[in-house]
Design a binder for this molecule. Structure first.
Ligand SMILES: [Zn+2]
Length: 423
């Protein structure tokens, strides 16, 4: 793809093309695997996405329709044209859809995370959105509107509404309607996704409560099913179960993963192994759209836990006016504001943004384009299981006077500054 007039950065053009191509794969893969599409509709959609992809590839790349269909089952890297610069990304060696035809967590996250970066680039360029259709921007718009819907009822209500949303990503229609969410927020709930349905039932994740993905397995000629959260950390830490097929009754789930966190990380650990979920009827149940669940509810659970744990640890100081812990201050300029008075009497303020990205390079690039955190946070905190992202993020953060830390390391630093022991 050539650099457009007025575009001074070749990276933009490559990135822009990447996002367009990546979006097209995901839509094409969905068209390939969505069960409710008839054969005619399926082909029609695939042909449209094939055309979009050829336009993004440019005239020098040859990709017949049959090969395009085959490539959709392969890795993201295999779907990119040779001319595209891959240096801005972590590994692209994963598939867009899994064996069950469900969009993988890595591919889904890559699309959303690059969308965030694209928004920044778009703001910088001012005309950055022009190549994208309404459909391509829909997921991003959903997310923005969600925040808008929760905002506007005052600071305290904002925290309550957002916490409710984090804690209720799915449920039956009646229960959801009694949780006090703004009426408009309810339209972000949809029927239970088909990939999370077994016969007439679904099963909530034991960490986040969103419907777990169901996949059919065969072992030694025996057929069984696995129910596991699409957010792989939840599946690895308890939200993974197996069950035998049933003829009429609801199946009974059996855990198939165990995980012991390190002692110092136990306070902030979200344990999915304490319960076994019961089957819930699909009929009359609703779940938040995948994008809202992934980028509001999943990180939101970490944010809530950090707030609860620090509130407890610093509770005695707070009573004496020597600590103040605020969640989602100023309707989410950043995620946490913690003020503590140190042993020497000095006041220390920590402003924190929690970032739960799968693709650390995309996050680092976003920070760079924003000249640091857009809400002005001085700390970038990642969930403990993303500790391997810290070296790269620290390097970027240091340019903007920010610090990067895992959640436990951050909480320990706060406690040490306040002169109290960590949990
Ligand atoms: Zn989950």
């Amino acid at each position: 793809m050539t650099t457009t007039a007025g575009d001074e950065s070749p990276t933009f053009s490559h990135f822009d093309a990447f996002r367009l191509i990546n979006f097209t794969f995901i839509k094409a893969c969905e068209a390939l695997t969505t069960p409710e599409l008839g054969p005619h509709q399926r082909i029609e959609r695939l042909m449209r996405y094939h055309g979009d992809l050829l336009a993004a590839y440019g005239p020098a790349v040859h990709l017949p329709f049959g090969e395009f269909r085959r490539k959709l089952r392969g890795t993201v890297d295999g779907l990119l044209p040779g001319w595209l610069d891959r240096s801005a990304f972590d590994t692209l060696d994963f598939t867009v859809v899994d064996a069950d035809g469900c969009v993988t967590g890595s591919a889904f996250d890559l699309q959303w995370e690059t969308t965030q970066l694209h928004r920044i680039l778009g703001r910088l360029k001012r005309n950055g959105r022009s190549r994208f259709t309404d459909e391509q921007l829909q997921d991003e718009i959903d997310q923005d509107q969600m925040y808008e819907l929760v905002k506007g009822r005052g600071d305290e209500q904002y925290v309550r509404d957002r916490a409710t949303l984090v804690e209720c990503p799915a449920g039956d229609r009646k229960t959801l309607s009694t949780r006090g969410l703004p009426l408009n927020a309810l339209r972000y709930y949809e029927p239970i996704p088909y990939h999370s349905t077994y016969r007439t039932w679904w099963f909530p994740c034991t960490v986040c409560q969103w419907p777990m993905k169901i996949s059919k397995r065969v072992s030694g000629g025996d057929e069984y099913y696995r129910a596991a959260c699409l957010y792989s950390r939840h599946a690895d830490t308890g939200a993974s179960f197996v069950f035998r097929p049933t003829s009429g009754s609801a199946p009974e789930l059996h855990p198939d993963s165990t995980f012991e966190p390190m002692l110092r990380e136990a306070a902030l650990f979200l344990d999915g192994s304490t319960t076994v979920p019961e089957a819930r009827p699909v009929e009359d149940s609703l779940a938040l759209r995948r994008g809202v669940w992934r980028y509001t509810c999943v990180p939101g659970l970490h944010e809530l836990r950090l707030h609860q744990v620090l509130s407890k640890q610093l509770g005695a100081l707070a009573e004496r006016g020597r600590a103040r812990i605020t969640l989602w201050p100023m309707q989410d300029a950043y995620d946490h504001r913690i003020e503590v008075t140190g042993a020497g009497g000095g006041v220390h303020v920590f402003t924190v943004d929690v970032k739960d990205y799968t693709h650390a390079r995309v996050l680092a690039d976003s920070l760079q384009r924003n000249d640091g955190d857009k809400g002005g946070a001085r700390w970038l905190v990642v969930p403990d299981h993303r500790a391997d992202q810290i070296p790269l993020l620290s390097l970027t953060c240091s340019k903007y006077g920010m610090k990067a830390a895992t959640m436990t390391d951050f909480a320990e630093t706060v406690c040490r500054t306040a002169g109290v022991a960590w949990a």
